[in-house]
Unconditional design. Structure first.
Length: 238
């Protein structure tokens, strides 16, 4: 690691790291997270010298918060506000991050795909290398046991149980094997918007309140899996 840039993204800590080779990302990520996957995220700069700058997370995971903070990183590198095109692990298409320096606000516009499955006990959304299970408030008391059961059958290495009550979200995170990624409230907000927009495909918007802060999502659905969305959150130097 030759650079560590620390941000507060919607209340959560995001660390953007430079100078780490691809084969060392998993180990470096584990060192940064240090057993706190619900509060610290790590994104790694692959290159800023190419046409579309790229950041990555361990395990080909997509962290929308890391991508948003990478946009902030690019804006600081250029010393101006504006829109920055970038790419990130876990998402096939480039995206745009718009940073408003004067009010510490960031917007991430992306086109993605997710897959829903409503045949199990809980609805599940697979998005960006993670499986998100959505639970009603009555599951709050047995959430950790429910998470363990979900993780056993999850098709992804990372599994999140989201207890949703109106706009309030309580996340529970698990990962198979060693923990090398971390929970992204931004990605979870996108997964929740995909779930809740099932019957409102023309346009859906909602602000989700996580334990440390908010994420706002505006989404347009196409066919069964494709969507366009904009994620908005506060992004501050920490």
């Amino acid at each position: 690691m030759d650079t560590l840039t620390i941000y507060d993204c919607g209340g959560d800590t995001v660390i953007i790291v430079g100078g780490v080779s691809a084969e060392n990302i998993a180990q470096s990520s584990a060192e940064i997270i240090k057993g706190a996957p619900l509060s610290v995220q790590a994104g790694f700069v692959r290159s800023t010298e190419i046409a579309i700058p790229r950041c990555e997370c361990a395990g080909d995971f997509f962290s929308a918060d890391c991508a948003l903070c990478f946009g902030k990183y690019l804006s600081e590198k250029s010393e101006e506000s504006g829109s920055f095109q970038l790419s990130a692990s876990g998402i096939a298409s480039p995206m745009n991050a718009t940073i408003e320096v004067e009010n510490d606000l960031g917007c991430l516009a992306l086109a993605g795909k997710a897959q829903s499955d409503y045949t199990g006990t809980l609805p599940q959304i697979v998005f960006g290398g993670c499986t998100y299970y959505i639970a009603a408030p009555e599951h709050a008391e047995n959430a950790e046991e429910l998470l363990r059961q979900c993780a056993e059958t999850s098709p992804c290495e990372s599994t999140v149980l989201l207890v949703l009550q109106d706009e309030s979200v309580t996340p529970h995170f698990a990962q198979k094997g060693e923990c090398t990624t971390a929970f992204s409230a931004g990605s979870a907000a996108i997964a929740l918007a995909f779930y809740e927009s099932e019957t409102a495909r023309d346009f859906f918007e909602k602000t989700y309140r996580f334990p440390k802060g908010e994420r706002r999502v505006e989404m347009k659905r196409y066919l069964s899996r494709a969507f366009d969305c904009t994620l908005t959150a506060s992004v501050k130097d920490k």
